[in-house]
Design a protein around this ligand. Structure first.
Ligand code: SF4
Length: 243
């Protein structure tokens, strides 16, 4: 993943793709399903815990190349439940997505958008093609980035026009008032939106922080007072040692 520089030119006829592969969805409400993944290179923010920092290789790929690669993977290792557009931040590439996503639908794929939930205008442009949206809410105490609560609320109002859920990465640094701000933000949009809490996983040995279990348990209770569906789900693909 490469943090987007202000002068970085994003093309619309090709996308910067760092990998296309078949694997098991390891996060969120679709955990355990077989998905195809299209990973975009760049992101508009830089989370402290990001596991994509070392994936700098990429290829400029046209829509037809992406579709061909996916069809081969579907033939050889399918069926897959969804094509997951992930990153980086796929919505950085909304111009390219407007070309890619209709072609994915025409080819019979269902589309799962994994997003950091900050680019609502970009989401509006591709919303009709999304079958499921997995949106992050970023807590500054965990990401060491600035707050995006305003952007997240705008984004969520658009996202819930489709099936959608929210994911929050939690570390021991989490500040409870910040967490409650995020939960109330979701509840204002709709208390029916599912929330997945995901403990931060160590990048080197895939372990969880010691003592995080108790923190998470109390956060589930706090969130459940505002929201109807709250789950704690760790990143399973790291434990299974799959991509
Ligand atoms: S939003 Fe996702 S891809 Fe972007 S820096 Fe954060 S964790 Fe990495």
């Amino acid at each position: 993943m490469l943090k987007l520089e202000p002068n970085h030119k994003i093309k619309i006829d090709t996308g910067e793709i760092s990998e296309i592969f078949s694997s098991i969805q390891g996060e969120g409400l679709s955990i355990g399903e077989k998905h195809l993944f299209v990973r975009f290179r760049s992101c508009n923010i830089a989370c402290d815990y990001c596991d994509e920092h070392d994936k700098l290789n990429f290829k400029d790929m046209a829509v037809a190349e992406v579709i061909d690669s996916l069809k081969i993977l579907e033939r050889d290792s399918g069926p897959h439940e969804y094509v997951s557009l992930t990153g980086g931040e796929p919505l950085v590439y909304s111009g390219f997505l407007k070309n890619l996503m209709p072609e994915l639908k025409r080819s019979g794929f269902r589309i799962f958008l994994e997003t950091n939930g900050t680019l609502s205008n970009a989401l509006r442009q591709v919303l009709p093609f999304c079958d499921m949206i997995a949106m992050d809410i970023k807590l500054p105490s965990v990401t060491k980035e600035r707050s995006f609560f305003g952007e997240h609320e705008e984004f969520l109002k658009v996202a819930i026009l489709k099936p959608a859920f929210v994911k929050m990465i939690i570390s021991k640094d989490v500040l409870i008032p910040e967490f409650l701000t995020a939960v109330k933000l979701i509840a204002r949009v709709s208390p029916d939106i599912p929330l997945v809490l995901q403990p931060k996983t160590d990048l080197k040995d895939n372990s969880l922080e010691s003592g995080i279990g108790e923190v998470l348990s109390s956060l589930v209770s706090l969130a459940r007072r505002e929201l109807k569906q709250v789950r704690l789900i760790p990143q399973t693909h790291k434990w299974l040692n799959i991509q």
